[in-house]
Design a binder for this molecule. Sequence first.
Ligand code: CA
Length: 244
Amino acid sequence: MRLEVSVGRYSAQGIRDNNEDRLHVDRALGLYLVADGMGGQARGERASLLATKLIPAYLKRELDEGADPEAALAKAMIDANAEIVREGQDQPRGRRMGTTAVVAYLHGGKVYIGHLGDSRAYLIRGNGVKLLTHDHSVAYALVENGTMTEEQAKSSPFQHVLHKYLGCADLNGGPDIASFEAQPNDRLVLATDGLTNHITEDDLVSGARHFADMQQWAENLVDTALERGSRDNVTCIVLAFDPR
Ligand code: CA
């Protein structure tokens, strides 16, 4: 079934002095990207901006050269990583720029999710929510190997220490790529941690039901995170897949 894709997007600086989050929508290419820059002030902004420029450009190049969607997306993120590492080389160790990236690439009825860092992708289908990404945080790695419980991870000082992101010297296995077949009435949310730390899965299910207009929903999600005390930049893209 052909599905109509509609999109909403919103990014708020919040109480911070600058906004290191970036979002990018390229409907013609079918690419939707959220990035959360790190490295302080101009560096974080530069890194997330680079992610939004480089990943679409490299993805186009790979597709033009005949790569399949999954390989093209992975290669685009790997090459963007190398470029951001190169640009950061004149910065002192420990202060180099980096950025998360969560990318949705729509191709032939399928949605490919590429991911590095702790920005997230959620699929809302019916009454269910599926987290499509695993945070590349040290705390989550400790949960995975059984050192910590999920509850302990939430208050761990390592919760937002990333071991994998764009701009890191060793991508150790590359980006995570997931995919799913889009179904009628699916909703997809891409968001930075300034949002995901304050929005529950119940919020996502009720919002998906309540909002027919994706732009209104995106703004509502960001406003809700800010009202609940998010002290971070807050950014999301929401996608609706509806029957034509
Ligand atoms: Ca953030």
